[in-house]
Design a protein around this ligand. Structure first.
Ligand code: DDH
Length: 300
């Protein structure tokens, strides 16, 4: 009968997600972080937890919360993300039925929405790997200057293609750089992309199209000795070589133009792509239920 087809209920069924959300919102507004609100780094945590996915081997991705383990925790690309993980630890303690893997993604999604971005459908169901046996190898996340000067676009396509994204999705996802900033002690780069780094908008695309970007030469009156990055004429805003690559490639630039002109379109495409990103390699109970029902239909 019907009961036999029912799968064991996930622990996340017992979670009051509204209450979890309220606690994430409290964190986002905590005066303790007045200087640098947590929203952007929480988005980056969700993205880096997910961006290790390899569609060929079906390894990596947000399931497992493997960034707790080495070598992933020490991947240079993840420098500074312990800050985001530590911020969320008390919320995990308060809601033991929430997996860390779900919490990292839910925090990112909540942060995007609270910073004025699109609503993104969130589905719980990720589980935490008990040990390091499923940790993906380091080096799967994009590098801001790999392939300079001629094959940065190839690098972007290699990395995001491996996850299963097309050009349009790659550009849409890059729009997250409306948020946050680079920290010299994390990535070696410096500065924010936009003047409103805690507001989710299409500002990143508008700045890419409208500003004149040139290699950064000085910083606070001294010679810039960091890696190649670009600055606007005021020197206050920045772009990475991988950001500039999006206006150097005809196919990428087409989408930069679309999103610079049409914020609604950007929000729609970003929401879809971010959901896809954060669900790579995750199997949800409801998907399994559909399979069980289909099998029942076919096999009787
Ligand atoms: Fe990013 N990103 N990112 N990024 N990212 C950095 C910061 C932030 C690249 C490099 C960097 C995405 C794509 C790329 C966010 C979201 C997303 C920093 C600075 C570097 C470097 C880190 C630091 O110093 O603190 C590169 C390269 C790519 C690429 O596509 C080629 C994507 C797809 C997203 C996303 O969310 C979908 C956010 C948010 C930040 C700001 C973090 C902060 O602390 O502020």
């Amino acid at each position: 009968g019907e009961a036999m087809c029912e799968l064991p209920k996930d622990k996340s069924d017992k979670v009051d997600w509204k209450a979890v959300r309220a606690d994430i919102c409290k964190l986002l507004e905590d005066d303790k972080y007045e200087k640098e609100p947590p929203g952007p780094v929480l988005v980056r945590l969700a993205w880096h937890a997910s961006g290790t996915y390899d569609s060929a081997t079906k390894t990596g991705g947000s399931n497992g919360a493997t960034m707790r383990f080495t070598p992933e925790s020490t991947d240079g690309a993840n420098a500074g993300l312990h800050i985001a993980r530590n911020m969320l630890a008390p919320i995990k303690d308060k809601y033991p039925n929430v997996s860390l893997a779900d919490l990292w993604i839910f925090a990112g999604v909540t942060a995007i929405e609270e910073m004025g971005g699109p609503s993104i459908e969130f589905r719980p169901g990720r589980t935490d790997a008990p040990d390091a046996s499923t940790v993906p190898p380091n080096g799967r996340l994009p590098d801001a200057d790999k392939g300079q000067p001629n094959s940065t676009c190839q690098h972007i396509r290699d990395i995001f293609g491996r996850m299963g994204f097309n050009d349009q999705e790659m550009v849409a996802l890059s729009g997250a750089h409306a948020l946050g900033r680079c920290h010299t002690d994390r990535s070696g780069y410096w500065g924010p992309w936009t003047r409103a780094p805690t507001t989710f908008s299409n500002e990143y695309f508008r700045l890419l199209m409208e500003e004149k970007w040139s290699p950064k030469k000085t910083h606070e009156g001294k010679k810039w000795t960091g890696p190649l990055q670009y600055e606007d004429p005021t020197g206050e805003l920045m772009m990475l070589p991988s950001d500039i690559a999006l206006i150097q490639d005809k196919e990428f630039k087409r989408w930069v133009e679309v999103y610079a002109k049409d914020e609604d379109r950007f929000f729609k495409d970003f929401a879809r792509a971010f959901k896809k990103l954060t669900e790579l390699g995750v199997s949800f109970p409801e998907d399994d239920n559909i399979l069980v029902k289909l099998k029942k239909l076919v096999l009787g």
